[in-house]
Design a protein around this ligand. Sequence first.
Ligand code: ADP
Ligand code: MG
Length: 536
Amino acid sequence: MELFLHYLTMPYMIEGIVATLQVTALGLLGGLILGVILAWMQLSRFKALAGFARVYTVIFRGTPLILQMVFAYNALPQIGIKLPAILAAGLALACNEAPFIAEMLRSGVLGVDRGQKLAGQALGMTPGVLMRRIIAPQAIRSMIPAFGNETVSALKNSSLASVIAVQELTLRSTQMASATFDFFSIFFASGLIYLVLTAAIAGIQLFLEWLFDLDRTSKQIRRNWLMPWSRARESDGPSAAADAEQPDILPDGGVAELPPPRASSERIDRGKRADTLARNNVAVDVAALRKSYDRQVVLDGVDLTVRIGEVIALLGPSGSGKSTLLRCINNLELWNGGTIKVGGRQLGFNAHGKALPPRLLAQARAEVGVGMVFQQFNLFGHLTAKENIAGPLRWVHGISRADADRRASELLARVGLSHRADALPRHLSGGQQQRVAIARAIAPNPSVLLLDEPTSALDPELVNEVLDVIRRLAVEDGLTMIISTHQLRFASEVADRVVLLAGGAIIEEGPADQVLNHPRNPVAQRFLSAMEAEVA
Ligand code: ADP
Ligand code: MG
């Protein structure tokens, strides 16, 4: 036992530990840098970069680390690159770790919900902002366990550096053992040191997982409330804390949460309103739009003109291309023919009709202002309700934090969710999430708001609170909107015009009353009576 302790504290062994840690650190750090580059290449739009990264991966993942170390130490000097043993070992380990780390990064990035990426794009985020603010924070959290694994394996693999005479722990242990023949104590001691090091890594991993745990934020709010002297900000109200405590029992009063409607000149006279709208400028102009996926033609010559302030209800059977049309209007989808203009401008193309690269397209989107609300809400999962609204204002529109926060609070109040400002999306009901999503979409004052079946993913009792918010945007704000929906009554109440899409074309179009009650097209008649039968 004494001997064993003696080996543990011997400077000779401690130097070995230091060398082990050095090689591991070099390998991990270099692997991380190289891995980020490799992952970026693989995710890049440019095929050649992705191909190069693939070839690298095949080579370095497919050959033994020990061979790579020998190569770095013995073969590189022949082409004039002479590295000290520790550096050579670190370099080989880094090159070997890189493809594994790249795959981890890639799976983390690909694992982030596609809907959130789409929402970020729709808000006008450039690829860089999207990566930094939305994808990376969520990807990193999901990668911590895998990165812990990789760190442990790098630490153990560092022992292979003994073949190129790096004086690391394993080499020192074997040397010592062959000099003293005290195999048992020495190897037991060195095994224990490895265990302590890997246990420390596991500890760091647990700490990081705790640090990045989203639910911790809500606990923090709760603690702030219980111990007000430790409170960081004034705005963390007691109701936020109480809500965070019982995420499943939502004090959701539905429509009752909404502030009373603003006094406004209701759209009493539809005829008069139609005349006014007809004189307004064109907000969205879709002409002869054709879109197909592979060989399936989804939109086959769609023409649609929407005037400023107009509310369009887009109806049509499932699969008729409603979502595709809306995504094309916001350039989230490429199309095969025809033109789309928003505010007189062809989004996504430069003056010569050439498609813009993603960064410039994002800027154009932010300038033109096309807000989008998705069926699946697509709130950013790692941000609170308020940050979901304020964040994009800062990152895309360069608004100051104070102003963005003020605008977010104002909009949360309008959708009746001031008391949930600090809640994460997953602690909100579906109806509340969709109301936050609507607030987020209208925050930058878009010139047109596209809503893609905004209530289809909701439980029936939550539909009205969302419809109510949309109704108010139409009546109080006079916002230009295109809403794809299956809610016929809502469409007849709110829409100035109903557009019925089927078989890739608009088959019926006109004032709600006319289209819904007296459709001329037989397909429209069949669709509408089927819809009515469902509601009844
Ligand atoms: P809707 O919103 O009216 O239900 P969509 O626009 O979602 O209709 O879809 C129209 C058609 O296009 C459907 O047949 C669907 O299967 C197809 N589609 C939609 N998106 C894609 C895609 N990304 N790849 C291939 N086919 C798609
Ligand atoms: Mg759809």
